[in-house]
Write a protein that binds this ligand. Sequence first.
Ligand code: NI
Length: 293
Amino acid sequence: MPYSRGAACGGRAVVLERSPLRSARAIRASMLIDSHCHLEHRAFPEGPDAVLDRARAADVRACVVVGVSGLAAAEAALEICNRRSDVVITAGVHPHDAAEFGGAIGDLERVFGDDRVVAVGEVGLDFHYDYSPREIQRRVFRESIALARRLRRPLVIHSRAAADETIELLEQEGAREVGGVIHCFSEDRAFAERALDLGFDLSFSGIVTFKNARPIHEVAVWAPRDRILVETDSPYLAPLPLRGKRCEPAYVVHTAQRVADLRGMSLEELAALTTANACRRFGPRLAQAAGVG
Ligand code: NI
């Protein structure tokens, strides 16, 4: 029940209302992937297909839907893949839910028999909210890294107020072997350098559009072009100019536009680049979902 405690990804406030898509549609990019979104019914009572149809209308070719936490959440996410071809999913136990679902990580293994389950995540540490005791978060994170190594799937990492320990655990547990993505990147360049060294790409969310996010802007300018992704982390963190609205995958174009502006690239170039990077990271099933495989 990740949403019952207000947040799958950090407890940030979200306004549950229908958001106008006019401005998302006004900007066209040919080839975007939302590399991290949550589509649970609680946030989207109209159902995931309506949300995903709006994304396609805004030129989002494919979405990586995050199936947390536990087996039932992963199976619910897989149900979306059974209905449509433009989605792949992840499965894991979010640090918020470590106490509730951490005892059953092994149960997740069976869903990874389906190659549309492209990554283990989101997993990691959240010492800002501390919804689960830190010792349990650490244990579940270690077990998640071991699972990813066993399954040879990349990791999708959530890290909040736990930067040093996140990197240390990734190092200690051999996460380099599978690599992955630092989702909703919101740290500084020093963290980014360590993550990149460990084989983790950086995924920028709507936070990069916020004016006060200077350390993140710096990383968006500097990061290697083959190591950056874009995401919405819906329903949270809607990018400017939609900040405060319920976020959805169609809005990833605003985040992509901001990263493109920061890097002095066209939106189309940034879209092609981040789509190629996401497909390289998450594999051929995502490329197939996006129609570029
Ligand atoms: Ni998330």
